[in-house]
Design a binder for this molecule. Structure first.
Ligand SMILES: Nc1ncnc2c1ncn2[C@@H]1O[C@H](COP(=O)(O)OP(=O)(O)OP(=O)(O)O)[C@@H](O)[C@H]1O
Ligand SMILES: O=C(O)C1=C[C@@H](O)[C@@H](O)[C@H](O)C1
Ligand SMILES: [Mg+2]
Length: 185
């Protein structure tokens, strides 16, 4: 139940928030961290699709990217306020300045991925509307444009190229736990 100021009563916020480009493995690694820590996992892409009653692709086609971004901003704000588990954001969520402000003070991990691994991972499906048309060129443009934004919001950066999701989740868990211990001292 949210408190009067909009925050969730008793919520301490997510144990970790995963950011990074499409194909970085946010959703996959969030699932692994949730299992490891015994915590619930939430993904703002799934929240937006559920609240709109439409897939993300259909939302882009029917209402456009700006409408999707507005729903996404609300979904991130709500998840940060009420979710105490592992949180994966949509790849473009951090483009919104208000979202970046909300992230300040949370443990944010940037899962970094290079062009070649990102292209291999996202494949040629149509579930990522921003990539329909020319996957490699679009991925390159998005990685170049967004890398500084992910770096700016992150408290930790974890490389994912040539690594399995389990290996990435191990490093995220180890480093988040080490930070928590430092902060508890
Ligand atoms: N480290 C990895 N090595 C190889 N494949 C991976 C790795 N991480 C994720 N994958 C695979 O890449 C694909 C995309 O992963 P995932 O959906 O978790 O990415 P995402 O960052 O959540 O992307 P989006 O921003 O589109 O939601 C999935 O098929 C997943 O199994
Ligand atoms: O990087 C992006 O802009 C996106 C990433 C996905 O997670 C979805 O949020 C959507 O396909 C847009
Ligand atoms: Mg995802």
């Amino acid at each position: 139940m949210p408190a009067a100021d909009g925050s969730a009563a008793g919520s301490t916020g997510p144990r970790v928030v995963l950011v990074g480009p499409m194909g970085a493995g946010k959703t996959t690694v969030a699932g692994l961290l949730g299992e490891r820590w015994g915590l619930p996992v939430r993904d703002t892409d799934a929240d937006v699709a559920a609240s709109a009653g439409q897939s993300i692709s259909d939302l882009f086609v029917d209402h456009g990217e700006a409408h999707f971004r507005a729903l996404e901003r609300d979904a991130v704000a709500l998840a940060l306020a009420e979710h105490d588990g592992v949180l994966a954001l949509g790849g473009g969520a951090v483009l919104d300045p208000a979202t970046r402000e909300l992230l300040a003070g949370h443990p944010v991990v940037f899962l970094r991925v290079g062009l070649s691994d990102a292209v291999k991972r996202v494949g040629l499906g149509t579930s990522r509307p921003l990539l329909v048309g020319g996957v490699r060129a679009r991925v390159k443009a998005l990685l170049d444009e967004r890398a500084p934004v992910y770096e700016a919001v992150a408290t930790l950066v974890v490389d994912t190229d040539d690594r399995t999701p389990d290996d990435v989740a191990d490093e995220v868990a180890r480093r988040v736990e080490a930070r928590e211990q430092e902060e508890a001292r």
